[in-house]
Design a protein around this ligand. Structure first.
Ligand SMILES: Cc1cc2nc3c(=O)[nH]c(=O)nc-3n(C[C@H](O)[C@H](O)[C@H](O)COP(=O)(O)O)c2cc1C
Length: 354
């Protein structure tokens, strides 16, 4: 989204559009300051802030920020980016006058639409029933690397380049909110018709991991023996795989779920539909891996469930309509993270056709 304004430079506006949270400073009639974090949307000549239903103990009209604005319309809003790489620090501060938009006015309706466009959480909240704060910017100041992309400060390519498959973990638990962040990233993967043909099972208990490792190990042993592998090779590979499963503090099993997909009378289109679902599962897995890395976690991908899906469903007591495809291990890498595996050069992978 590109927003231009007389007060904000294009760079400042782009930075404000990208940030998810800002701080709104108001002051009462006597000049006593007050600041709160706010979600906001930027439009051509205003910044909008909803008075929403996040748990608050007073009616919106009693909120300090609202009372302050009624007493003294001068406000400041600051959005900033902090990262440990101080070369990426930046902020934009906008000063201006604030007013409260009454529900059912044209501008209020447009502001609600903008806010819901930026924050999907507002779709479930009745923000249209409360006034909206509109800041009319009068001046803006900024500092730092406004033009660097990425919500956390890391450029998305840095995250992609930095991630690598980890196969040995420290015995250190993973906070639940980080696991949820990983799952949240997976949830936002692109999917055919937006049907999200995947489900996730999170496994953290030792005994469940052991049951899973036993079930998958049995199948793998049978396959390796069938291939005529030497007994000690079979034992070594099975032991390695079992250790990976048991060492990883969290396992996320990604399953295909085809029930909501379209059904075709011909095999070719049906096959295409299933392939799209598998492609989408890969996208969900990659979202999860990148979010894990971005959250300071390490992760790995194990394909073992793909080769014994029914056994995995049975041993974990999952819905029989799920088809386990991939197991992601999550935790903190033991020792130095593995070296980055090299990649083919782009000119080996890409042709350009004008
Ligand atoms: C579909 C798929 C299945 C994979 N299965 C396994 C696996 O079973 N065991 C394993 O150690 N790595 C597995 N990997 C990880 C790859 O070996 C790894 O991504 C690749 O070697 C590149 O290394 P990097 O991820 O560190 O860049 C799998 C990756 C994908 C995409």
């Amino acid at each position: 989204m590109r927003v231009t304004s007389n007060v904000l430079s294009e760079e400042q506006a782009a930075f404000l559009v990208r940030q998810r949270v800002a701080r709104l400073a108001t002051a009462d009639g006597a000049g006593n300051p007050h600041a709160v974090p706010v979600c906001y949307s930027l439009a051509q000549s205003s910044i909008y802030i909803a008075l929403d239903e996040k748990p608050k103990d007073v009616p919106v009209s009693h909120l300090k920020r609202v009372r302050n604005i009624l007493e003294n319309p001068h406000v400041a809003l600051i959005a900033d980016r902090y990262t440990e790489d101080w070369g990426l620090l930046a902020f934009v501060m906008v000063r201006g006058k604030a007013e409260l938009l009454d529900p059912d006015t044209e501008e209020h309706t447009a502001a609600v639409r903008l806010l819901r466009g930026k924050y999907h959480q507002y779709e479930e909240m009745r923000i249209e029933e409360n006034p909206i704060i509109a800041i009319r910017p009068e001046n803006a100041v900024s500092w730092g690397a406004l033009d660097k992309q990425g919500a956390s400060g890391a450029n998305v390519l840095d995250t992609i380049h930095g991630r690598r498959s980890v196969r040995r973990y420290l015995q250190k638990g993973v906070p639940e909110d980080l696991v949820e962040r990983v799952l949240e990233a997976a949830r936002w993967a692109p999917s055919p018709h937006g049907r999200q043909p995947w489900r996730f099972a999170v496994i953290t208990k030792e005994e469940t991991k052991e049951r899973l490792a036993d079930a998958m190990g049995e199948e793998w042993r049978a396959n390796l023996e069938m291939e005529g592998q030497r007994a000690e090779v079979v034992e070594k590979r099975l032991e390695g795989s079992r250790r990976r499963l048991l060492d990883a503090p969290v396992l996320v099993l990604i399953c295909l779920y085809l029930e909501d997909l379209d059904v075709y009378p011909d095999a070719q289109r049906q096959h295409g539909e299933t392939t799209m679902a598998v492609q989408s599962l890969g996208a969900a897995a990659q979202n999860a891996l990148l979010a894990a890395y971005d959250s300071g976690l390490d992760a790995g991908w194990m394909c073992a469930p793909l080769f014994c899906p029914e056994k995995v469903v049975e041993v974990l007591g999952l819905d029989a309509r799920l088809v386990p495809h991939a197991l992601l291990t999550l935790g903190y890498a033991e020792g130095d993270p593995p070296k980055r595996r090299s990649r083919k050069a782009l000119d080996e992978l890409v042709v350009y056709r004008d």
